[in-house]
Design a protein around this ligand. Structure first.
Ligand SMILES: [Zn+2]
Length: 150
């Protein structure tokens, strides 16, 4: 049910590792570049590759609404273009008053293409961070030749 968190935890920014704090700050910075004149809903993302490089992304809207891009997708696009294929973590920043902003369903599937990834979701003030993982928020993702036995 929307707004209920059962498989994640909310942690204080100060208790996270230096690498993750840095990743979250990069996502805050990426959000500032958001192109969102239609919704005015700015989102920033930063993905940390397995070898320690950070790639940033922001949402990019379009007058033809459905072709806009989420911040997570633009961040992954930059990383893939740089030759990265394995990732440690993704930070996502948006600003809703009462809730964190987890990735949309499409982005969950998009990110699941690569490997298990930890997710750190926060607001621009970076006080509290929702810590979860792609595995937790996308069970039974679509895979070619997946072996889901029931
Ligand atoms: Zn999305």
């Amino acid at each position: 049910m929307a707004g209920q968190i059962s498989i994640s935890s909310i942690q204080k920014m100060k208790n996270l590792s230096a690498d993750i704090q840095n990743l979250l700050r990069e996502a805050v910075e990426a959000r500032l570049s958001s192109y969102s004149p239609y919704s005015n809903f700015k989102v920033g993302a930063a993905v940390l590759s397995e070898d320690g490089v950070i790639f940033k992304g922001c949402n990019v809207e379009n007058a033809s609404y459905p072709i806009g891009m989420c911040a997570e997708k633009t961040a992954f696009g930059a990383a893939i273009c740089a030759g990265k294929r394995k990732f440690k973590a993704v930070a996502i920043i948006a600003d809703q008053e009462k809730v964190f902003t987890p990735p949309c369903g499409g982005c969950r599937q998009f990110m699941s293409e690569f490997n298990e990834i930890d997710l750190y979701i926060s607001k621009p003030d970076l006080t509290n961070v929702l810590v979860t993982s792609l595995k937790d928020i996308l069970p039974l993702q679509f895979e070619v030749n997946a072996d889901y036995s029931f």
